[in-house]
Design a protein around this ligand. Structure first.
Ligand SMILES: NC(=O)c1ccc[n+]([C@@H]2O[C@H](COP(=O)([O-])OP(=O)(O)OC[C@H]3O[C@@H](n4cnc5c(N)ncnc54)[C@H](O)[C@@H]3O)[C@@H](O)[C@H]2O)c1
Length: 309
């Protein structure tokens, strides 16, 4: 059962699991996801994770062996504006999922955590490893870290196994361009429409922007399937370790889309980390090679010019 399976990443997890021959159900309130993202072969339970009885009912009916928990309040800036909302979905909603999983005899919960936000600023030249000390800087990062701790507690108290996946900045087909996050989807949509795109500064207006680690969504889906089978370490970074500025990203994406970008330069955006890059060593050891940015952007560009946007 994939919570948040109607969303961007969750729908790729669903697709990959169906391709592997698994029976899949989606639990999603469709708040940011869409029913059209859910393949007909997957059963959809339209339930808010904050509705404990609804979550238990869906799980009692479907009887999953594994949960991939993707449903979340997934925006850093929303969490800064409304920490209570963030906690209600990401902590209380998450606990409803854990309680139902425990009561229904689920074997393992895979959790979509954040490698992009949990480590705080990562100094130039460094990559955060799974053992780096978490430095949550936003309520979103704090709620994700809190839930990671709950997973450890539920394993100790109730024997519910878990796998934590700490995603870097995920991009790819089906990413929603209408929020404040998801720079690849936002840029792709604007570039296709011939609109200018904004490079928010890392420090001073006109610089190349913040540094991020962009990981392609199918690599994330693959990790979820491996984790669901207990074939990944308890905590695993899902990132490439490649530092990319917003400007380089914009230029490479424009190249993939075969358009000339019109760039606008703006001051730093409040609350943005300057640099976030995570170590891919464990991913490569447990799962294999990661998609290059060039290949991932080419696939995203193809989607953006055909099915997407
Ligand atoms: N996109 C990234 O770069 C990134 C990075 C790190 C972690 N993550 C995490 O990955 C997960 C998936 O993110 P995404 O980018 O696919 O976002 P998304 O918004 O596309 O997907 C989230 C899904 O959860 C559903 N959802 C939200 N609130 C819900 C609720 N109360 N009850 C039931 N369903 C609810 C939404 O309808 C949506 O389908 C999230 O947990 C997010 O925090 C994403």
């Amino acid at each position: 059962m994939v919570t948040g399976g109607a969303g961007f990443i969750g729908s790729h997890v669903v697709e990959t699991a169906l391709q592997a021959g698994w029976d899949v159900a989606v639990l999603d309130d469709l708040s940011s996801g869409s029913e059209s993202n859910v393949p007909p072969a997957a059963r959809l339970y339209k339930v808010d994770v904050r509705d404990a009885a609804g979550v238990l009912k869906a799980m009692t009916e479907f009887r999953p062996t594994v949960i991939s928990h993707q449903a979340a309040q997934a925006s850093v800036s929303v969490s800064v504006r409304d920490p209570m909302l963030d906690a209600s979905v990401n902590i209380i909603g998450g606990l409803n999922v854990l309680n139902a999983a425990r009561d229904c005899g689920v074997e393992r919960v895979v959790f979509a955590s954040t490698g992009g936000a949990i480590y705080g600023e990562v100094p130039d030249g460094e990559q955060a490893t799974e053992t780096s000390v978490p430095r949550p800087y936003s309520p979103y990062a704090t709620s994700k870290l809190a839930f990671e701790t709950y997973l450890q507690t539920y394993q100790q108290q109730y024997g519910l196994a878990y796998s934590i996946l700490r995603y870097a900045n995920v991009y790819g087909p089906r990413q929603n361009p209408h929020g404040e996050a998801g720079v690849v989807a936002i840029f792709a949509t604007r570039l296709v429409q011939g609109q200018e795109i904004t490079i928010n500064a890392r420090q001073e207006t006109g610089d190349d922007g913040c540094i991020r680690d962009y990981v392609f969504v199918t690599d994330v889906a693959r990790a979820n399937l491996m984790a669901a089978q207990g074939k990944t370490p308890a905590v695993l970074n899902i990132g490439t370790g490649v530092p990319v500025t917003t400007r380089v990203l914009a230029e490479q994406l424009a190249e993939a889309l075969r358009v000339t970008p019109q760039l606008r330069f703006a001051p730093p955006r409040a609350g943005d980390l300057e640099r976030s890059v995570i170590d891919p060593t464990s991913y490569e050891a447990a799962i294999g090679r990661l998609t290059t940015l060039e290949s991932g952007l080419a696939q995203t560009a193809e989607w953006a010019t055909t099915a997407g946007s």
